[in-house]
Design a protein around this ligand. Sequence first.
Ligand SMILES: CC(C)CCC[C@@H](C)CCC[C@@H](C)CCC[C@@H](C)CCOC[C@@H](COP(=O)(O)O[C@@H]1[C@H](O)[C@H](OP(=O)(O)O)[C@@H](O)[C@H](O)[C@H]1O)OCC[C@H](C)CCC[C@H](C)CCC[C@H](C)CCCC(C)C
Ligand SMILES: Nc1ccn([C@@H]2O[C@H](COP(=O)(O)O)[C@@H](O)[C@H]2O)c(=O)n1
Ligand code: MG
Ligand code: MG
Length: 198
Amino acid sequence: MLENLRPLLTKILEPFAKRMNINPNILTLISPFIALAAAYSFSKHLLILATIFILLSGFLDVADGAVARYHNRASKFGAFFDSTMDRISDAILIIGIIFGGYCNWLLGILLIHSAIMVSYVKARSESQGIECNTGIAERAVRLIIIMIGSIVSAICNNPIIFNYFLIVLMILSYFTVAQRFYHSYKQFKIEGNNKNGN
Ligand SMILES: CC(C)CCC[C@@H](C)CCC[C@@H](C)CCC[C@@H](C)CCOC[C@@H](COP(=O)(O)O[C@@H]1[C@H](O)[C@H](OP(=O)(O)O)[C@@H](O)[C@H](O)[C@H]1O)OCC[C@H](C)CCC[C@H](C)CCC[C@H](C)CCCC(C)C
Ligand SMILES: Nc1ccn([C@@H]2O[C@H](COP(=O)(O)O)[C@@H](O)[C@H]2O)c(=O)n1
Ligand SMILES: [Mg+2]
Ligand SMILES: [Mg+2]
């Protein structure tokens, strides 16, 4: 959904990437620790601070790729490491939200499950050679929903508002799983038909 913004983002991040001639894996590794700070902030009901940490963690997630590409350091391990750290960050954030009491354990489990399923379906599809960059609630969108929910809830001083945003997040995440599954199903079918000469 936000993939169209990538060229613009690459341009914006260029001056940063130019100056940061370091191993991009360092940025990738720092990101989950910042997510941990966000989770701790959620557990202490510091919603605005948590949002700032999510923004910073998300920034590192876009910066690692930008640095890797700018300095020709992009690697297959880097892509794998980036994706793995993102899954860890996703779970850490939700655990902090559960500890903060912004959702019950069932919604929390479903949020973690749906977030992991979104990228699992993509990863399995891509492992079979099918590109799967589709679906409404990719990671950036999921983080933005959490940030907006957190900020609105802080401004209105009403934790229930955050809970409503989390319910929407869970629904959109499972919807994305279905979108990616259907997309892959169609591609596998086309591939099968081509092989059979239909
Ligand atoms: C607060 C300050 C101290 C520091 C802040 C720095 C500022 C300069 C702000 C920077 C803003 C901005 C650049 C930060 C964006 C944050 C975040 C919302 C974006 C996170 O992007 C994730 C990224 C993931 O891509 P990646 O390839 O690394 O990882 C893939 C991912 O894990 C996939 O998972 P899934 O399938 O999607 O679930 C895996 O499958 C892949 O394998 C894996 O590779 O995505 C980047 C895509 C987009 C192009 C990003 C567009 C971002 C927009 C421009 C964001 C605008 C954000 C606004 C600033 C948000 C404001 C909200 C407000 C605070 C309420
Ligand atoms: N440590 C890393 C992180 C990322 N990459 C490369 O960037 C791609 C992801 O780009 P984002 O802008 O979305 O972060 C990833 O697929 C890798 O090619 C890397 O090499 N090393
Ligand atoms: Mg990244
Ligand atoms: Mg990432």
